[in-house]
Design a protein around this ligand. Structure first.
Ligand code: F6R
Length: 243
């Protein structure tokens, strides 16, 4: 695992956007695995700026979703499908055909999960998977004690994660769904390159457990230690508890 400490979130976004641009220069139809939440926004902004300036052509890029709320209509502004359309597809000039994701509104959620793992494999696998990290060490929405071999499935969000995400729902935790579909840790580990960005002091404990703790389900992100090509980019605040 490679750990890169940057000065701030903007520098982390720029660094990772350049890695994505470099991938697209070599593989124009790369499958980019994207996360939601606040952390990756500087990455998406920096990548969109590179596209706008002509530094990279993303017109053939493909995008795969990491997770999705269960039961939120796809057109809800906070469904991850909507968020990714707004923050990634539109700024990169991609249309919905470039995008694959799990169906959080499916009647048969289990079948939707299986179908998504199949779709990822049929798309040739994720070339570069972006990850954020929860304050409890979750990646995707694999909360602590998720199996390190798990596949895409339905998970129940912890109270802490619902509290953390209430800011996207007018601060009202009652509006935050209880369930999500998330790529499993085993699914995530199949991506060819994993890139985790963590910024801010609130992530410092989770980063320390990820990088320096044992590989353990209690900190799902520690599974990155098992991956042959994992990069953890942290700002100084998130790195503050590393030894
Ligand atoms: C969301 C996801 C989550 C977030 C994590 C951190 O797609 O994968 O694991 O990355 O909850 O969220 P932020 O970045 O908002 O702190």
């Amino acid at each position: 695992m490679e750990v890169v400490i940057v000065s701030d979130a903007k520098a982390g976004g720029e660094l990772i956007a350049e890695a994505m641009a470099e991938l697209l220069r070599h593989k124009p139809d790369a499958l980019l695995g994207v996360a939601t939440g606040s952390t990756p926004l500087p990455i998406y902004q920096a990548l969109a700026a590179k596209v706008d300036s002509g530094a990279v052509d993303a017109s053939r890029a493909r995008v795969a979703q990491l997770d999705e709320y269960v039961g939120l209509p796809a057109e809800h502004p906070e469904s991850y499908r909507s968020v990714l359309r707004r923050e990634v597809l539109k700024p990169l000039g991609l249309d919905v055909d470039a995008f694959i994701g799990p169906d959080g509104t499916a009647e048969d959620v289990r079948a939707a999960c299986e179908a998504y793992d199949k779709a990822l494999a049929e798309a040739g696998g994720v070339d570069l998977q972006l990850l954020g990290i929860g304050t409890d060490g979750h990646i995707g929405f694999n909360e602590p004690c998720s199996s390190l071999a798990s596949r895409t499935r339905i998970k129940t969000l912890t109270e802490q994660t619902r509290v953390d995400n209430a800011r996207f729902f007018e601060g009202d935790i009652e509006q935050v769904p209880h369930h999500v579909i998330t790529q499993g840790i085993g699914t995530i580990l199949e991506a060819r390159h994993l890139v985790l960005l963590a910024t801010g002091e609130g992530k410092a404990d989770a980063v320390a457990a990820t990088v320096e703790g044992p590989v353990a389900a209690v900190c799902p992100a520690s599974a990155l230690q098992l991956h042959p090509h994992a990069t953890v980019v942290v700002d100084e605040a998130a790195a503050s508890k590393l030894k």
